[in-house]
Design a protein around this ligand. Structure first.
Ligand code: F6R
Length: 242
């Protein structure tokens, strides 16, 4: 696993966007896995700015988001559908029928998970998956203890995840208790993975991920087994690594 250390969040966003843009330019039909949360916001901002300045086109690109809250409709302001619209989709020329996010309001969530997993594989799999990391080491919403061969499914969110995400809602009770997420097996099938970590809140988990053995108790540690995984982390996130 390659570690790219950068100075701060701004540099992290520039570096990540640079890698993503290079892949988009190299392959106009790239299948790109996307993440939400606080960390990728600046990466998407850089991509939007590049689209405005240089016209990089996304017309043939397909995107696959990692996860969505169960019970939130696409137009709910805290849904990941709304997040993607706000931070990326509405600003670039991605085609709506080529952007994929699990449906948190599906009448049959289990069937929706099967559909999503099959659809990714039918489209040829993900070329590059962008990831953040939870303070407990989750990737997607795969909380500690998730089997490494898991696929897209309904999961219960850890209390620490609900607390961390409460900042996006008016109160913690509003944070959904469940989500649909790609599994760790789904993520590991991606041809390339780029994990981003910024800030001191991620320092303990980054130390564990980099210094401990691969373990299902620390989902992100599985990336050490991926042949093409890179981590971009800033100085704060790496401040506890010896
Ligand atoms: C988001 C996701 C999560 C986040 C993680 C870090 O789609 O799947 O795993 O990447 O919770 O979130 P932030 O970036 O807000 O610290």
């Amino acid at each position: 696993m390659k570690i790219i250390q950068v100075k701060d969040y701004e540099e992290l966003c520039q570096k990540a966007a640079q890698i993503l843009l290079q892949r988009v330019k190299d392959n106009r039909r790239l299948r790109l896995g996307l993440a939400t949360g606080g960390t990728p916001v600046g990466v998407y901002r850089n991509m939007v700015q590049d689209h405005l300045d240089h016209g990089t086109s996304y017309r043939e690109i397909q995107t696959f988001n990692l996860d969505e809250y169960l019970g939130l409709a696409p137009d709910h302001p805290q849904s990941y559908h709304a997040y993607m619209e706000e931070h990326l989709f509405r600003w670039v020329d991605l085609q709506p029928n080529k952007t994929h996010i699990p449906d948190g309001k599906a009448a049959d969530p289990e069937a929706e998970c099967r559909r999503y997993e099959e659809m990714i594989q039918q489209q040829g799999g993900i070329d590059l998956q962008l990831l953040g990391i939870g303070v407990n080491g989750h990737i997607g919403f795969n909380e500690p203890g998730t089997p490494f061969d898991s696929t897209t499914r309904v999961v219960q969110l850890a209390e620490s995840t609900r607390r961390a995400n409460a900042r996006f809602f008016s109160e913690q009770e509003e944070v959904p208790t469940h989500a649909i997420t790609m599994g760790i097996g789904t993520i590991m099938k991606s041809r390339e993975i780029l994990l981003l970590a910024s800030g001191t809140s991620k320092a303990p988990v980054m130390r564990s991920m980099l210094q401990q053995e691969v373990s299902e108790q620390l989902p992100a540690s599985v990336l050490k087994r991926h042949p093409r995984a890179q981590v971009i982390a800033d100085q704060d996130a790496l401040s506890l690594v010896e």
